[in-house]
Design a protein around this ligand. Structure first.
Ligand code: GDP
Ligand code: MG
Length: 593
């Protein structure tokens, strides 16, 4: 296909502004999907995505529009998945920036728009949802012009729901987004921007050809892995995988080369020809730094190797988490994993359980601290139980965030109060319009990870939006808090916390654990301690009699149900010393931050 007839674009927007719905309309309008097979959110192929109604993985689809080939990459909107957005953008020349015409610019609108500018991409802006009675396209067109410097007369007005204006939007893409650069006759350089593992076909990689041409029977070298493979199939996602004989400069497609070792086709990898290699690889991706850590342990210790294997495979599809082996006195062998945020952590855990059939326990999440010990040595501590004793520490510094909040001005007071309670420091405040304001805070990451986002949403009735980026480290008055169950410290519950909050947190955590830990045949004391000092204590009283005893004389089905229920509960329990702790206890411990 001639380069002048290719357009590579992403759709970027704040969450819920209509990216997936627009992708659906584009697939319909370009007749890429058989109408009988069309369903909502077509590109959100994972179960979790469809259930939660959010896009986690960027997906690509190749469609034809009036003689042009438009390669479309749908991107996730949640702040945890900014990394996916960034990788998608590296394969594009332009973006459609969607803004909800009843809401205007939100925090991720700004963040994603800045990313597009950083990548030097052409921005085609469109106001979506003009069918809504509450839509105010004129008002928000001026807002976009004032805040983002995009000429208001160039902004399209569409409804991704009804399809109004979508054809004009595609015309604008063809007209305004530049064709891909790249030299057909140069040695092959193709960028892998995503990979996943298919049980039957091995690794399937998404790639964008930058220079040269790749054919369906070439021998290709993966430049970083330094491995050579025979191409088994190349093709385009239209959006169904369709084999082709070649992909030239600017083209986006997939590659299958019988690769079984997931480590060989990581995203950011460059593919070239074995017989005429390119001199240098393309610039890869900078790996994102994990922000939140937790331990993942199999409930059944025998599943350890399986967990390792699954982490390897998942890593291929999501290069943004990290893992390394760790052991816990309470939980045995597992992995310390790093994530981009709490949602990311939840999703990875859920995918491991669903896609790989594992039962896991996640320990209390923690951020990564920088500790200077009394010998002046710097330690990175991502696991609270690895924190040195207080008398060996001269300073603990915690990671900070630059937080950007956009809100109706009526909520300024509410937000200030919330940020203050989270040890935030106001940096600046700008009015976008008389009614809406952008507020910048510097806040400790540890205070954000737990529930800041949800609290912000509920206190502003959903009107405030938030985005953040890392902003270095800052020394703080922090301490380690341990939990002892039946006298034994359970390292999985250890946490690092600000001294002013330790008592309150300790009290609430032991109270919560008392509710969650079922009665055993003996009294189980639960204690919170700082060093050797116990600051809170509760007891789970021993149960009196076998539960079944109650059922004698009762009917048999009730008894069976009870037994089954107990068995169900058992599967989700972890024995720690003599005490059985349900999986929920480990998870719920987070929600009390
Ligand atoms: P995404 O998070 O950006 O992918 O947003 P979605 O495509 O999932 O859309 C979020 C919600 O907005 C869904 O309930 C859509 O049905 C709705 N929506 C999207 N576009 C329109 C539109 O043009 N008009 C109306 N009324 N609703 C829309
Ligand atoms: Mg979506």
């Amino acid at each position: 296909l001639d380069q002048s007839h290719i357009r590579n674009i992403s759709i970027i927007a704040h969450i819920d502004h209509g990216k997936s719905t627009l992708s659906d309309r584009i697939l319909e309008l370009t007749k890429a999907v058989d109408p009988r097979l069309m369903r909502e959110q077509y590109l959100d192929s994972m179960d979790i995505e469809r259930e939660r109604g959010i896009t986690i993985k960027a997906q690509n689809a190749s469609v034809e529009w009036r003689g042009y080939r438009i390669n479309l990459i749908d991107t996730p909107g949640h702040v945890d998945f900014g990394y996916e957005v960034s990788r998608s953008l590296a394969a594009c020349e332009g973006v459609i920036l969607l803004v909800d015409a009843s809401q205007g610019i939100e925090a991720q609108t700004l963040a994603n728009c800045y990313l597009a500018l950083e990548h030097d991409l052409e921005i085609v802006a469109a106001l979506n949802k003009i069918d809504l009675p509450a839509a105010e396209p004129d008002l928000y067109a001026s807002e976009i012009e004032n805040v983002l410097g995009i000429d208001r007369t160039s902004i399209l007005r569409i409804s991704a729901k009804t399809g109004e204006g979508v054809a004009e939007l595609l015309d604008a893409v063809v007209e305004r987004v530049p064709q891909p650069a790249g030299d057909r006759n140069a040695p092959l350089q193709a960028l892998i921007f995503d990979s996943l593992y298919d049980q039957y076909r091995g690794v399937v990689s998404s790639l964008r050809v930058v220079n040269g041409v790749i054919h369906s029977n070439d021998r290709v070298t993966f430049m970083q892995a330094q491995r050579t493979h025979e191409v088994e199939e190349i093709g385009a996602r239209r959006p169904i995988m369709t084999p082709v004989t070649e992909l030239g400069p600017g083209e986006v497609g997939y590659l299958i080369a019988g690769i079984k070792d997931v480590g060989e086709a990581r995203s950011g990898e460059t593919i070239t020809h074995a017989y005429q290699p390119a001199a240098t690889p393309l610039p890869g991706y900078e790996h994102p730094k994990p922000m939140v850590f937790c331990g993942l342990y199999p409930i059944d210790g025998d599943e350890y190797e399986e967990l390792r294997d699954s982490l390897d495979k998942l890593m291929l599809n999501d290069a943004s988490f990290t893992f390394e082996p760790e052991t816990s006195a309470a939980l045995g062998f597992g992995f310390r994993c790093g994530f981009l945020g709490l949602l990311h952590m939840e999703i990875v855990r859920e995918r491991l359980e669903r896609e790989f059939g594992l039962s896991l326990i996640a320990t209390t999440p923690s951020v990564g601290y920088r500790v200077i010990d009394t010998k002046g040595e710097l330690l990175e501590v991502a696991n609270p139980s690895a924190m040195p004793a207080a008398n060996l520490i001269s300073e603990i510094a915690e990671p900070m965030l630059k937080v950007n909040i956009i809100t109706p001005s009526t909520y300024i007071g509410t937000i200030m109060e919330l940020a203050q309670s989270k040890r935030g420091e106001l940096v600046k405040m700008d009015y976008l319009s008389p009614e809406r304001v952008e507020i910048n805070y510097r806040l400790p990451l540890a205070e954000i990870v737990i529930d800041f986002f949800d609290t912000l949403k509920s206190r502003t009735k959903g009107y405030a939006s938030l985005d953040y980026e890392s902003d270095g480290y800052q020394p703080a008055s922090l301490t380690k808090l341990d939990i002892l169950i039946a006298g034994e410290p359970v390292d999985a519950f250890s946490t690092i916390i600000h001294k002013d909050k330790a008592y309150d947190y300790g009290r609430r955590l032991v109270a919560k654990l008392r509710e969650l830990i079922p009665r055993q045949s003996f009294d189980v004391p639960i204690q919170a301690a700082i060093g050797t000092k116990v600051i809170a204590r509760e007891t789970v009283k021993a149960y009196r009699k076998d539960v079944i005893a109650k059922c004698y004389g009762g009917d048999i089905t009730r008894k069976r149900k009870l037994l089954e229920k107990q068995k169900e509960g058992k599967r989700r329990m972890k024995s720690v010393g003599r005490v059985e702790i349900p999986q929920e206890a480990f998870v719920s411990a987070l929600s009390i931050g």
